[in-house]
Design a protein around this ligand. Structure first.
Ligand SMILES: [Zn+2]
Length: 118
């Protein structure tokens, strides 16, 4: 259990340092200010966006490669512009990452692998 907590802390720090440049990048691309965010011990979601525009990322994002993590950040930041999963939202994702559906599929397959300390 102690080791598990240490791994979580490590993952949290690593995800934080990887997310920072991606937030800056997508903020420029989408032309929205960098939002407040946190990295949490979420098991069921890679990321989320609150109604107040605060983003959360799971520390389990550490299993994602750069493109996959970039997609998660893009997805959550796009919610700052479109707060649903409508066609408009998907068009926005496509505009900024034309391969997003393939990337999304590759992330789904990592769901089980990402679970720590079951
Ligand atoms: Zn979403």
């Amino acid at each position: 259990m102690v080791v598990c907590a240490m791994i979580k802390d490590l993952y949290r720090e690593q995800v934080r340092s990887r997310v920072i440049p991606l937030l800056a990048y997508w903020s420029e691309q989408l032309q929205v200010p960098v939002p407040p965010y946190s990295v949490r011990d979420s098991k069921t979601r890679w990321g989320s966006c609150s109604a107040k525009g605060r983003l959360n990322f799971s520390l389990r994002c550490q299993v994602l490669d750069e493109q996959q993590l970039s997609y998660i950040v893009l997805h959550e930041m796009a919610h700052l512009l479109v707060f649903n999963h409508s066609a408009v939202f998907h068009a926005l994702l496509y505009k900024h990452m034309p391969t997003y559906k393939i990337v999304q599929k590759s992330i789904f397959s990592l769901q089980r692998k990402s679970q720590l300390c079951l």
